[in-house]
Design a protein around this ligand. Sequence first.
Ligand code: AMP
Length: 191
Amino acid sequence: MFNLILFGPPGSGKGTQSEKLIAKYGLKHLSTGDLLRSEISCQTPLGKEAKSIMDKGQLVPDEVVIGMISSALDANPDARGFLFDGFPRTAAQAEALDKLLELKEAPIAAMLALEVSEDELIKRLLKRGETSGRSDDTNEVVIRARITEYHNKTAVVADYYKKFDKVVMVKGEGTIDEIFNRLCTEIDKRA
Ligand code: AMP
């Protein structure tokens, strides 16, 4: 089993690159943002609770997302590996993920971190908001809150994986294919 984390601030291209990576490497894509949005569209109690938090650009409680990931791992016992997108976002989530993967004897091979300047992120997210239907992409105040949340809470996740020498910084600007090729070069070194 080959497990990867795709990391980076909102708007760094995780969704776009994930689609290409899962197709090439045969991985199962696990995006906590997508899982939460599906709970919202099904109007589940969890979805209703998460929506108000997500609309403010804040993080949903750790136990909620850890529970969702744990269920998704159990639901895919035959997966060749997983590409985690938007998870883990806190040190507690990273520790919980390591424990879950220990049970499967399949540690994280690498955390690929996309780096994009803040101006470019805001430009991309406002553009995405014109078509994505995502309420958290249309308001610049919420976008900035999400980027601040990323720096305040999520950057510690990179520190966690640095201890295990698993962080790989990848330039997230350029064409989609240029960025994809940079990611593949790094993955192939570790496969
Ligand atoms: P994303 O699609 O990854 O940008 O996530 C959209 C929103 O969902 C975030 O701004 C958070 O409110 C919430 N979210 C997604 N993943 C997580 C996570 N791992 N931990 C906490 N909140 C999350």
